[in-house]
Design a protein around this ligand. Structure first.
Ligand SMILES: Cc1cc2nc3c(=O)[nH]c(=O)nc-3n(C[C@H](O)[C@H](O)[C@H](O)COP(=O)(O)OP(=O)(O)OC[C@H]3O[C@@H](n4cnc5c(N)ncnc54)[C@H](O)[C@@H]3O)c2cc1C
Length: 537
């Protein structure tokens, strides 16, 4: 009889084994056959055809994977493992190291050798239940379920490749440990070599897909340009878009978030072309679009992508935070503890946000980290992990920040408020300090331990932040096997979408389970790889 561990390892889903053979046995891959009843090519698809340039070269492959990040590599792995030949990966980044997938520090999974080693019995079923409830069923539940069930297998693959992992702490205080931290640097290079050596997968970098190639409503590849501007038609029997979304495209961000600055804490290659190519092919763009917020440090437009400036951590200390008017707008502990999910989301609903500290706290930071300054509260796991280091260079850092214009210093609260134009700040601090004195946040219910009073005679420092994000979530709709869907839910033959630009997998806000950014990318890439291998047979 199967133990829960066996079942998890074999990835049963509603009686079906998730793996090409299992999907076939369960009749789920019968849908791999070409979609005979596809409607006439849509306007968007026609438009794509008219935009195409004359190609300088045509390159043919069996399976084409656009993107060498988290989902693209996993797709190549599963397609190769399933016996598919002639797999080509193209990517616009110059090398395998230079993409977001390589920067992942930890990935989610339960029911792994690592979680079992600590005796944790939290199951994939429980994880799915939690995530679908968090998402309020705004995603494709069958797709999410399969991807959650595939999470332990992602870890097995890294183990197979000799990529080191260890289990991280329950940083988001969700009650179980799920983030598997990578010990191996440059894991993507190991992955690439494995794919080349084992499955003969070919890689072409500095090659950017621009448009879909369509024939009779079927996607037959992409048109791309290389670093020399050469136009290349990449033709294939199945094409996967795994381009990582649009965090590096300010115009696309504005379409979703309006006129605010979102600092891209990522590489420059995620320009949204995967989304627009899918749209050109006729895929329907889903309305749910989220952000994988930078949960290590806050961000400010003056510094851009910067994970090394400790002052950026002040945004996540759980102290008073105000909007561009000086008004409080959130329970700041959300940002301190759930900076990727609910806390980060709250900062997307104001134009700008600010934190304020007095000189007394700043002085204490030089000797101790903020975690110790507020008494080392045990419940704040991320505080202990991230904000417990002293800041010996604080004075220099502060002066640099003031010179750059993202920190204001003043003798009084009225002074810093005037410098930043925050009309309501004085009144907000007064009301906040009264709540701190009473030990109860009657406005947003923040934990009493995080209610540190602000006004103590000064001087004061006001820190200006913008939301920062590692990646976007969302794009075009797919079915439960990652196949692109038109608005009428018909399948676009030959076209798959995986990773963070799959429009049917991620919620807004981002799930409150750490490491699901990459975890679901790996899983959806694998699912696409399995399905493509069957489709091209
Ligand atoms: C600094 C940093 C740290 C992170 N840490 C974590 C973490 O610890 N845990 C976690 O879960 N997530 C983390 N993430 C998020 C994680 O990187 C993403 O969730 C994951 O990489 C998404 O996988 P993907 O395959 O969708 O896209 P990516 O991994 O971004 O891959 C996209 C690929 O597509 C290529 N591409 C894009 N457009 C084109 C085009 N038009 N033509 C050809 N190629 C194209 C890119 O070059 C790249 O190779 C982090 C991200 C960053 C930036």
């Amino acid at each position: 009889m199967d133990t829960p561990r066996d079942i998890s390892r074999r990835h049963f889903i509603e009686g079906g084994f998730v793996g090409a053979a299992g999907l076939m046995a369960a009749g789920l891959l019968s849908s791999c056959a070409s979609n005979q009843e596809a409607p006439a090519q849509q306007e968007a698809g026609d438009k794509a055809t008219t935009q195409l340039a004359t190609a300088d070269e045509t390159v043919e492959s069996n399976i084409l994977i656009v993107g060498s990040g988290a989902s693209g590599l996993m797709a190549a792995y599963e397609a190769g493992k399933a016996g598919a030949k002639d797999i080509l990966v193209i990517a616009n980044c110059p090398s395998i190291e230079a993409n977001n997938g390589n920067m992942v520090s930890g990935t989610a999974a339960v029911e792994t050798p690592y979680t079992e080693a600590i005796g944790q019995d939290y199951t994939s079923k429980q994880l799915f239940d939690r995530m679908i409830e968090f998402a309020h069923w705004t995603v494709n539940a069958r797709l999410l379920k399969t991807c959650v069930d595939l999470l332990p297998g992602n870890i097995d693959i890294f183990d197979e490749l000799g990529i080191e992992l260890s289990l991280g702490a329950d940083r988001y205080s969700i009650g179980f440990e799920e983030v598997h931290l990578f010990g191996t640097k440059n894991k993507s290079a190991i992955f690439q070599k494995f794919l080349e050596d084992t499955y003969g997968v070919q890689f072409r970098f500095s090659t950017e897909a621009q448009h879909a190639l369509m024939e009779n409503d079927t996607c037959v590849g992409v048109q791309a340009t290389d670093a020399d501007g050469k136009v290349i038609d990449f033709k294939a029997n199945a094409t996967l878009l795994a381009c990582g979304g649009y965090i590096a495209n300010p115009d696309m961000l504005k379409e979703v978030y309006g006129d605010m600055t979102i600092v891209a804490s990522s590489t420059e290659w995620q320009k949204g072309l995967g989304v627009t190519i899918a749209q050109e092919a006729g895929a329907f763009r889903e309305s749910t679009h989220g952000l994988g917020m930078n949960d290590i440090f806050g961000s400010t437009e003056e510094l851009g992508f910067n994970l090394g400036e400790p002052l950026l951590g002040i945004a996540f200390y759980g102290g008073l935070i105000v909007d561009e008017h000086g008004k409080r707008f959130m329970n700041e502990y959300m940002l301190a503890n759930a900076s990727m999910a609910g806390g980060g989301e709250a900062t997307l609903h104001v134009k700008q946000y600010y934190a304020i500290l007095s000189q007394r706290v700043v002085d204490a930071l030089k000797e101790q980290g903020y975690y110790q300054v507020i008494g080392s509260p045990e419940f704040w796991v991320s505080g202990q992990l991230l904000y417990s280091q002293p800041m010996p260079d604080l004075d220099t850092n502060l002066q640099n920040a003031i010179d750059l214009g993202w920190v204001y210093k003043g003798d009084s609260i009225a002074d810093v408020a005037a410098q930043a134009g925050l009309d309501e700040l004085e009144a907000t601090v007064e009301a906040y300090d009264q709540m701190a004195a009473a030990g109860e946040d009657t406005m947003f219910g923040k934990r009493a331990e995080m209610l540190v009073p602000v006004a103590d005679g000064g001087p004061y420092y006001l820190f200006k932040y913008n939301p920062g994000a590692f990646n976007t979530f969302g794009g075009c709709r797919t079915d439960e096997f990652t196949r692109a869907l038109r608005a009428d839910f018909s399948v676009i033959d030959g076209l798959y979408i995986a990773g963070v630009e799959n429009g049917s997998l991620y919620s807004r806000p981002y799930y409150d389970v750490g490491g699901t950014c990459s975890g679901l990318s790996y899983s959806s890439g694998r699912l696409a790889g399995m399905h493509m291998a069957e489709y091209v047979k």
